[in-house]
Design a protein. Structure first.
Length: 561
């Protein structure tokens, strides 16, 4: 229930999105578990939706009206919310101990000055607010509360994470957790300590996911976390529903179990079981990590790309040249100029003519030619030499250049990660990754991989293993790019034989932005003709990749680490 005078803007600012009755009722049933004496805590009780639902379940279990004041407990930062909660509880002849407090200031039941006893259950919907919206003191307080329970969180974490950890310190060992959390619990890097903690803390964990948004005014999808016991677990129960109204037909321990990855993201849990199992089967039987061909590596870190990368006009102005040993060809910063399957000399020349920075300053360390020294003095006038990376090397004006890789790999992507054959043999910067193929890899691999990576299984793997950033950007650090699933060598060779004659046409389609045509053709060659998947199985993998891509690109509120 929304109190008078509240607004969507104010609720969004404080991260308060009111829980639908069906969700509150479902979580309350798990929290009370039919025990009329169960003590229930909501650490951010807001307008009492969970306390009301829990009170009704306690009454149904046999609790008397006079007992609720010792069974229901709630904290909130805002006294107005507590007053509203008290009024709503009284309307149903319920009672609760309601206290105005920053929950991170509340001592746990094992500490001196604890205001409440150990609880049978913790229930609630903590605010989904970024640390950055809090002051540094509040951030530090939240992190300390989590650290006291053995969980170290990063500064990127939202406030729900430390609150969840601190709240569970109020639970009895066999107590129950019933929480609404953002679905980013499964997908972002900074939630990794929470995922590890869930597996180590509870004997059983159930996750409920929804296809539809469940909160008015919110763009964030949610996951219901129902957990109990202690001592750790190997597998979770997973429920994938369309809407909260479907909750009435499922109960914990009635469906499949999943074993999440021991580390890393659980993005694949956002998919229906049939799609996850199919992807796992294809990966196990037909795909290998990209690192089996060559490990992704970082590009050159210059300390000031605008100075160390030059266009032709600047090079001519200072008399710097490749022939004189001042410059080396470089793939310009960023990856927007890379659109097809290769980076060729013709493309490099076209970029040079367009005024792009296609040269990297990399003279001999003993070079003191007038042309070079004039450019060095220019850099010192711009204070480039005071940048950290420049200050720690001698001479400051000679960045360490990474040897030309066989392939380029996009560091950050919009729709999908891409690989490009480095036909020109140029060096590159840290705005992309390089892949140096292993010596025993067949030579056609450097041309085949960029094209064959446009299969739906690999693209689904990118969504599962990559990081989602603001604006829907997909980011893959070297270690994440290394586990990108790509075709095994034999499958790669066979599919390449089917596609090699079409390479030029497919390259043109990519440059024109018709990437879906390319994926369809590659899927046909690799997944159907070579791997023998049925049309239905290919459609499932395509749908899974599309679902996760649409979720990432359409959810700007989901920000990675």
């Amino acid at each position: 229930m929304i109190r008078p005078g509240d607004s969507p803007a104010s609720r969004k600012d404080r991260g308060a999105f009111f829980t639908p009755a069906a969700i509150a009722d479902y979580l309350a049933e798990w929290a009370v578990a039919g025990d009329k004496d169960a003590r229930i805590l909501d650490p951010t009780c807001g307008e009492a939706v969970f306390l009301l639902a829990a009170g009704r379940k306690l009454r149904k279990a046999g609790a008397e009206s006079t007992e609720f004041g010792e069974l229901l407990y709630g904290f909130d930062l805002h006294q107005t919310s507590l007053d509203w909660s008290k009024s709503l509880l009284e309307e149903e002849d319920l009672d609760a101990q309601l206290k105005e407090a920053n929950f991170f200031d509340v001592p746990t039941p094992t500490q001196l000055g604890a205001p409440v006893p150990l609880m049978d259950a913790v229930i609630g919907n903590p605010p989904f607010v970024r640390y950055q919206k809090h002051g540094s003191e509040a951030q530090a307080k939240a992190r300390r509360a989590a650290l006291q329970q053995g969980v170290r969180l990063s500064g990127l974490t939202s406030s729900w994470a430390p609150l969840l950890i601190h709240a569970c310190a109020f639970l009895k060992p066999q107590g129950r957790l019933a929480m609404v959390l953002p679905a980013e619990l499964l997908t972002v890097g900074y939630a990794e300590p929470i995922r590890v903690w869930l597996r180590q803390r509870f004997e059983q964990v159930h996750l409920v996911l929804f296809e539809r948004l469940q909160f008015d005014d919110a763009t964030e999808k949610v996951v219901l976390v129902l957990a109990s016991g202690h001592g750790g677990c190997d597998a979770f129960s997973l429920y994938y529903l369309d809407d909260a109204e479907d909750l009435s037909r499922v109960r914990p321990m009635t469906n499949l179990s999943v074993t999440p990855a021991g580390s890393g993201k659980w993005t694949d849990l956002l998919l229906p079981n049939r799609q996850r199992q199919l992807f796992k089967q294809i990966s196990d039987e037909h795909l290998v990590p990209l690192s089996s061909y060559g490990s992704p590596e970082l590009g050159t870190v210059t300390g000031g790309n605008s100075f160390f990368t030059l266009n032709q006009d600047v090079a001519d102005q200072f008399g710097l040249s490749e022939d004189a040993g001042h410059l080396r060809k470089v793939c310009p910063p960023g990856t927007k100029h890379l659109k097809g399957l290769t980076f060729s000399l013709a493309q490099w020349k076209k970029l040079r003519e367009a005024g792009e920075p296609v040269w990297l300053l990399h003279p001999d360390p003993d070079d003191r030619s007038p042309e070079l020294m004039a450019y060095v003095r220019y850099g010192e006038e711009l204070k480039v030499n005071e940048a950290y990376k420049c200050k720690i090397r001698t001479p400051w004006w000679r960045p360490p250049v990474v040897a030309p890789p066989d392939l380029f790999f996009t560091y950050m992507s919009h729709r999908y990660p891409r690989m490009f054959t480095n036909s020109i043999g140029s060096t590159f910067l840290n705005s992309m990754h390089g892949i140096r193929l292993r010596g025993d890899v067949p030579s056609p691999t450097r041309f085949a991989l960029p094209l064959l990576a446009f299969n739906s299984a690999t693209m689904l793997g990118a969504e599962i293993f990559g990081r989602s950033y603001g604006g829907g950007i997909l980011k893959m650090e070297p270690r994440e790019a290394a586990v990108l699933p790509v075709p095994k060598p034999k499958a790669l060779e066979q599919a390449w034989a089917l596609l090699v004659d079409s390479k030029s046409r497919l390259d043109t389609q990519l440059r024109d932005g018709r990437w879906t045509n390319v994926v369809k053709r590659v899927d046909e060659a690799l997944l159907v003709h070579v791997l023998g998947l049925s049309a239905k199985e290919v459609a499932e993998i395509q749908d899974a990749a599309k679902t996760l891509r649409a979720r990432r690109m359409g959810s700007e509120g989901v920000v990675g680490d």
